[in-house]
Design a protein around this ligand. Structure first.
Ligand code: COI
Length: 354
């Protein structure tokens, strides 16, 4: 691989006082890497953040051959910059790449380039509680060609955005509608890949849910609309009669890094987490029997988000508040403390920028 080139912007933007809505502000620089068949990945460059020139025939615009990741950089009270499990995000990017016929990246090299980018943009990392620098790596097919086959050219970008809470509710419990008409993915489809198509498939359901006052939808399985899969931008956990349950990864569920972290943290606390099928009927029955103790979502953008209301058809299930003795509250506390360097990292998840 060639050496990373760095072209610094001569006109730096003013840094905002507030982070604003999620993903609306972008830093001064971005990372770009090109791929061409026969040449491999080449031309790594950090350059000023700018609009890109896209050929109207680019494959991504027609057939959606693209993948992305979401991760965050945090600033500690001592001014250290930390990433949370960044390697796992790039390993997942490679798994998504395989599913979408996109060439594999050199994870260590791209990680090095990301570190350089964040070093350059470290003043953009917000420091108020609950804020961080969201990192969006993505790969798009750029060959100008209208035939349906994998592209011969790609671009990998990494852009950065200072963010706060993902949901407008902030850290308050979210209202989730169980989707009983549309489906997100089926086994054998794209569900476990982090690809644009899955999010496009989710928009109409999310829009309808929003018009009814909900933040997001809870997806059920794509065949029988019976088993719980995941929420719009997060994985889901339930606590039923003391049992902590999350749907088992089945090919149509996104293997969340936060999901995996939560399972490992809970196990380290001596708690059992059952990754298994859970039907929406089981959730409703548990609620009716006053055994549904908690529901919460996990994700990079969403962190740990307690569910306050879960509505399935006409059944409105109101869950207890985000109390300090809840699992969701303890997890939120523990994981954010790890991320902001306030908790000893016994898991080896934190990567500090040297
Ligand atoms: C993330 O949590 O990083 C996600 O990818 C969710 C995103 C679609 C906002």
């Amino acid at each position: 691989m060639q050496e990373l080139k760095i072209i610094k912007s001569t006109t730096l933007k003013d840094k905002p006082e507030q982070v604003g809505d999620f993903g609306t502000i972008f830093t001064d620089h971005m990372f770009v890497l090109d791929y061409e068949e026969g040449k491999g990945w080449h031309n790594p460059v950090i350059e000023p953040y700018q609009p890109m020139l896209v050929d109207p025939a680019s494959a991504i615009l027609h057939y959606g051959q693209g993948i992305f990741e979401g991760m965050k950089a945090y600033k500690t009270n001592d001014g250290l910059v930390q990433l949370f499990r960044p390697r796992d995000n790039f390993l997942r990017l490679n798994r998504s790449a395989e599913r979408l016929c996109i060439p594999q990246i050199d994870v260590d090299f791209v990680l090095e380039c990301l570190n350089k980018l964040i070093e350059l943009e470290s003043e953009w990392i917000p420091t108020k509680e609950g804020t961080s620098l969201y990192i969006r790596p993505y790969i798009v097919a750029t060959e100008s060609f209208l035939g349906v086959r994998p592209s011969h050219k790609y671009k990998l970008f990494i852009i950065l955005s200072p963010v706060g809470a993902y949901y407008p509710e902030g850290l308050k419990p979210v209202k989730i509608l169980v989707e009983d008409k549309f489906v997100r993915a089926v086994a054998g489809g794209l569900g476990e890949a982090k690809t644009m198509a899955n999010y496009a498939a989710s928009l109409l359901a999310a829009q309808e849910a929003k018009s009814k006052g909900f933040s997001q939808v809870l997806w059920l399985d794509g065949v029988n609309l019976k088993y719980v899969e995941e929420v719009g931008t997060m994985n889901i956990f339930f606590k039923i009669n003391g049992e902590i349950i999350t749907p088992a990864l089945n090919g149509s569920i996104l293997p969340g890094i936060t999901r995996d972290s939560v399972i490992k943290v809970l196990k380290s606390w001596g708690l059992t987490v059952n990754e298994r099928k859970i039907s929406i009927d089981e959730v409703v029955e548990a609620f009716d029997n006053e055994l549904l103790e908690e529901a919460f979502g996990t994700g990079t953008a969403a962190v740990i988000s307690p569910v306050g209301i879960l509505q399935y058809k006409d059944k409105k299930m109101e869950l207890k508040d985000f109390e300090s003795d809840s699992i969701a509250h303890k997890l939120y506390d523990f994981i954010t403390k790890l991320q902001y360097g306030k908790e000893n990292d016994t898991f080896d998840w934190i990567k500090s920028l040297s």
